[in-house]
Ligand binder design. Structure first.
Ligand SMILES: NC(=O)c1ccc[n+]([C@@H]2O[C@H](COP(=O)([O-])OP(=O)(O)OC[C@H]3O[C@@H](n4cnc5c(N)ncnc54)[C@H](OP(=O)(O)O)[C@@H]3O)[C@@H](O)[C@H]2O)c1
Length: 272
């Protein structure tokens, strides 16, 4: 618990700061098949939220619950605790992304998955290797087996490039978290499951919708964004053909009009 708190405090303070440091230029590295287009739906889409108890995941959950277009299923390692802390109004389902067998039933027949998971320790069985990488592998496999139409993965700014102080410090402190996230992204892109990969800047708990947002495809982008806006962007990719098969960074932009980002997906390049 202390290790988790220390990690959370560190990231909250240093993530936005280190993003200001320069990083070596690099391009997106993308492998795998092209995502299939998202077809028309005849039933109410079921969205499974992985990491639903987290600070971003719970906002995804709240926003989806207000949106009558979706049915929502919230994954938690400890559903009883989740119910106590976040309310019984959601359908809580037990699942641990490090345990592939726990994902099969919850994802079977689901329409979309939003993934907001994050390792709870620097190393060990719930560290980045097994959560940010292994967990995404397991989710992608279960999504493919379950016929899921799209996975929206909340990853991180800084993933996908190499070198630079920013990456060095985040990887050093975070147990190679950016490297493991990059491997998770690669697996999802190659999985054949339609996807969108959202790489938010340094996260804050400020209210969403206060500023415009900038969607870019630049592994050396830097900036911050609220968790609420990150949740909104992830949801906006669901069933959105302009967002499928794309990996992009997203940060707040004081100069941009709030909401204008919604039409920015089409200009992003499809991963190849
Ligand atoms: N901190 C930043 O500034 C920053 C910047 C850019 C991107 N990001 C990324 O944004 C995403 C969301 O971040 P956040 O701060 O909102 O995360 P968070 O509050 O730390 O929440 C993490 C979530 O992952 C879940 N989780 C951990 N291990 C799991 C497992 N084995 N099986 C299932 N669920 C598991 C946790 O559930 P439990 O309740 O069971 O522990 C929790 O719901 C993360 O991928 C993070 O790396 C963060």
């Amino acid at each position: 618990m202390h290790a988790r708190l220390a990690k959370a405090r560190f990231l909250a303070v240093f993530f936005p700061l280190v993003l200001l440091a320069a990083a070596a230029p690099a391009q997106h590295e993308v492998t795998g098949e092209l995502a299939q287009p998202v077809g028309a739906l005849t039933v109410t889409p079921v969205v499974v939220v992985a990491g639903a108890t987290g600070r971003t995941g719970r906002l995804v959950l709240e926003q989806l619950a207000k949106d009558k277009r979706y049915k929502v299923k919230a994954l938690a390692r400890d559903p009883a605790k989740a119910r106590r802390e976040l309310g019984a109004g959601y359908e809580w389902v037990a699942a641990d992304v490090t345990k592939p067998e726990s994902l099969v039933a919850p994802l079977r027949g689901a329409t979309y998955v939003v993934c907001a998971i994050d390792a709870t320790e620097r190393s060990g069985p719930n560290g980045p290797e097994f959560v940010d990488y292994g967990g995404v592998v397991n989710l992608a496999d279960a999504a493919r087996a379950g016929g899921v139409r799209q996975v929206a993965l909340i990853s991180s700014i800084g993933v996908g490039g190499e070198g630079g102080f920013t990456r060095w410090i985040l990887n050093t402190i975070g147990g190679d978290v950016l490297k493991w996230k990059a491997k998770g992204e690669d697996y999802l892109r190659a999985s054949g499951v339609p996807y969108s990969i959202i790489r938010p800047g340094g996260l804050s708990d400020d209210p969403g919708g206060a500023t415009g947002l900038r969607l870019v495809q630049d592994v050396d982008a830097f900036g911050n964004i609220t968790r609420a806006d990150t949740a909104t962007v992830a949801i906006a990719t669901l069933g959105n053909p302009a967002a499928v098969g794309k990996t992009f960074e997203v940060v707040a932009d004081d100069q941009a009009r709030p909401g204008a980002w919604r039409s920015a997906f089409a200009a992003l390049k499809t991963d190849r």
